[in-house]
Ligand binder design. Structure first.
Ligand SMILES: Cc1ncc(C[n+]2csc(CCOP(=O)(O)OP(=O)(O)O)c2C)c(N)n1
Length: 310
């Protein structure tokens, strides 16, 4: 028995699909954002800058947390790997949070074009989470501060709940690892709840992460040593994620295990940054990009005028 409604599960899956598409569109496209005609060289940005590898996992976490904490104004999501900004931006755009501070980001084709075209673009949006990003408390770029910052926000605010997505590479930083100790001091009824989610996608840039090399038992023991209770969410199935969130335990520590670069072109599965080098002048790569974008069937989820139709 799953206990998670089929509608909710389907909605979360669609939301992840839409946000994954918008990540690829931000990273690659200069035009033709809804693939209304065959993709051409001129539709691709001349210089490709940004990070794909972590995006799917961020979208999985965001969609599931948003569905679980639906409407709870005391809930916050804190993103450690701010280089996964296309994912954060896609979610903020979809929810209208971006439009609230930037009317150009209207939820129709015009706004989609604005968001995608201006990602990592001169005078546009930066490639990492930044102070321009609505709701951001941790700037992307330097890893390690998400957990400590979340504990700071929770201090003296028992009504708050903060979930913090921490990269497995990020958890190798002294700052992030040391911040796990804050639970011993701050997990009291006077403070809000801080819930870490380790994004175990196995790699930090091109090398395996230390935690990915540990056995499940070793990793769990480390987490228990800091006073948390490890709960594994293996893969991107919303039913598994929602059931994990429902578990009533003190000090949960989720481990979200997704493949790095999931959903991307196969030959570049574990890519940290841009999986295709030259789709702006290599016709094979251009076709691969077009197939990749088409695989999300974004036209089923978004209408040029009405916006999202999930
Ligand atoms: C303090 C710090 N050291 C090094 C880097 C360079 N860096 C950027 S991304 C990255 C890998 C991060 O791996 P992870 O946190 O697992 O993120 P993901 O694999 O999900 O992209 C590193 C080491 C950085 N941004 N900050």
């Amino acid at each position: 028995m799953s206990g998670v409604g089929i509608d909710k599960t389907e909605y979360i899956k669609k939301r992840i699909r839409a946000c994954d598409y918008m990540c690829v569109a931000q990273l690659f496209l200069e035009d033709n954002f809804l693939l209304e005609r065959p993709l051409g060289f001129d539709d691709v940005k001349p210089r490709l800058l940004g990070h794909w590898g972590t995006c799917h996992g961020i979208n999985v976490a965001y969609a599931n947390l948003k569905a679980f904490y639906d409407g709870d104004s005391n809930f916050s999501f804190v993103l450690g790997p701010g280089h996964g900004f296309p994912a954060l931006q896609a979610n903020l755009f979809m929810d209208g949070e971006l439009e609230k501070v930037d009317p150009n980001a209207s939820r129709d084709l015009r706004g989609l074009a604005y968001v995608c075209h201006n990602f990592s673009w001169p005078d546009g949006f930066p490639s990492h989470a930044s102070p321009y990003t609505p709701g951001v408390i941790v700037e992307g770029g330097e890893l390690g501060y998400a957990l400590g910052s979340a504990y700071g926000v929770a201090l003296g605010h028992p009504e708050k709940t903060l979930t913090v997505l921490i990269g497995d590479g990020e958890l190798e930083t002294a700052t992030a690892l040391a911040s796990l100790n804050l639970r011993s001091l701050l997990a009291t009824p006077k403070n809000g709840k801080v819930i870490p989610i380790l994004h175990l996608n196995g790699y930090k840039i091109s090398a395996p992460s230390i935690y990915a090399r540990r056995s499940e038992r070793e990793l769990n023991e480390m987490i228990r040593g800091f006073g948390f209770q490890p709960i594994l969410i293996d893969g991107d199935d919303p039913e598994v994620f929602q059931n994990a969130l429902k578990q009533k335990v003190d000090s949960p520590f989720y481990i979200l295990r997704t493949a790095k670069g999931a959903g991307g072109p196969n030959a570049h599965h574990e890519s940290h940054q841009i999986p295709l080098k030259s789709p702006m002048n290599d016709s094979n790569e251009l076709r691969t990009l077009e197939e990749w974008l088409s695989s999300y069937k974004f036209n089923e989820l978004f209408d040029a005028e009405k916006g999202f139709t999930l």
